[in-house]
Design a protein around this ligand. Structure first.
Ligand code: NI
Length: 177
């Protein structure tokens, strides 16, 4: 079921989410299904459970050759539960981000360039990946949602935060997640 995505200002987006303890539950399966439906409906690159008002440490993401983002780096369709992120270097890289909870805007956000992330899949199986670039950025953006952090809170250069039409007149927009 397509769910409503909460927008910045809703206090539920500032809360720290709780770990998932049970994996074969109808509740978790329905949550993941709803998140997939909602992300697909909005052509997002990712979605975190708190964005649909559920305070659990569940994120999904994935980017294929999406009509909205031709030429973007692909990211495998992933369900990531109870995630942990380890940066592999202090090096930060800035890039454009958007968020389904901050519609109509984009900002220039510093993120770790290379990370190892780990967590559980929807069956509770543990997995780990080492990634960089756009994939690493998407994971950091999603996991921030679980700690009540939205990307505008990480922006350093506020001349590069604004409305899509003003920042990118007549151009393609960076992805939203
Ligand atoms: Ni977001």
């Amino acid at each position: 079921m397509i769910r409503e995505v909460l927008r910045m200002g809703d206090p539920r987006l500032w809360e720290k989410s709780s770990p998932v303890g049970r994996f074969d539950s109808q509740e978790l399966n329905e949550l993941i299904r709803d998140m997939r439906d909602t992300m697909a409906h909005l052509n997002g690159a990712g979605l975190a459970a708190p964005q649909i008002g559920v305070g659990l440490r569940v994120v999904i993401f994935g980017v294929q050759s999406n009509p909205r983002y031709p030429g973007i780096e692909e990211v495998p369709d992933t369900v990531l539960i109870n995630p942990d992120i380890q940066p592999l270097a202090d090096e930060l890289e800035e890039g454009w981000e958007g968020c389904l909870s901050v519609p109509g805007m984009r900002g220039w956000v510093p993120r770790f360039r290379k990370i190892t992330y780990s967590g559980q899949d929807e069956r509770g199986q543990h997995f780990e990946r080492t990634v960089e670039g756009f994939h690493a950025r998407v994971v950091q953006h999603e996991v921030d949602h679980l700690d009540g952090v939205l990307y505008p809170m990480r922006i350093r250069d506020f001349t590069r935060f604004g409305f899509n039409e003003a920042l990118f007149p007549g151009q393609e927009l960076p992805p939203e997640d």
